[in-house]
Ligand binder design. Sequence first.
Ligand code: B12
Length: 170
Amino acid sequence: MDKDIRVDEIIYQEYLKALLAGKRMECRDIVQNLIDGSIDIKKLYSDLFQRSMYTVGELWENNKITVAHEHLATAITESLLNLAYPAIFASQHTGRKAIISCSVNEYHQVGGKMVADIFELNGWEGHFLGANTPAEDMARFIQEVNPDVVGLSLSILSNIDNRTFRIWIC
Ligand code: B12
């Protein structure tokens, strides 16, 4: 793998501009070029996807963009994660299993999905249960799969739901 392939400032700004303008094909081309150049997937996730979504959050917080722009950027980002899948699922499996889930009421799902993908990249089975997962269902799935690791994803502190932990402990 060529470790020199990275998201430099020019690529990042070009991608951000396209993302904010909702230009899905331009974003896709940038990401596909990086993948074709064998970029480290962790760098792609952190230096392009995460960084741009944090910028989207700041712009939204400062009323520089609307909720519609944020939704569009999120939808584009989620669709582009799939471009990395051939690389992610090429890893030899270790037999280890991880479950990552958003807590009840937590709708920020991009970060948790990325975490599950990185487990896959490292040869784990990375189960991602998505947003707002009911605690009982999460607990049942954990019993079924018997994972080595369970990770909870939340961006809003008040979404730490005591009920989830009580059910896990039982
Ligand atoms: C997109 C977005 C949304 C979308 C999410 C849609 C979706 N499909 O995911 C929607 C519209 C639903 C949304 C809603 C809200 N949002 Co919002 N949102 C964002 C935004 C812009 C991007 C989130 C994102 O994708 N980030 C990129 C990912 C890659 O980063 P990440 O989540 O941090 O994940 C990384 C790490 O945290 C870590 N990680 C994440 N999970 C896990 C789990 C484990 C186990 C491990 C080890 C690591 C790990 O690894 C990830 C990869 O590095 C953020 C801005 C930001 N700074 O993130 C605001 C942001 C998170 N939202 C915010 C707010 C306030 C809200 C609302 C309350 C707004 C409202 N008034 O309705 C609601 C709350 C909804 C809810 N109950 O969950 C605030 C939160 C502030 C706070 N913490 O108090 C932020 C920071 C915006 C801001 N600047 O103010 N939002």
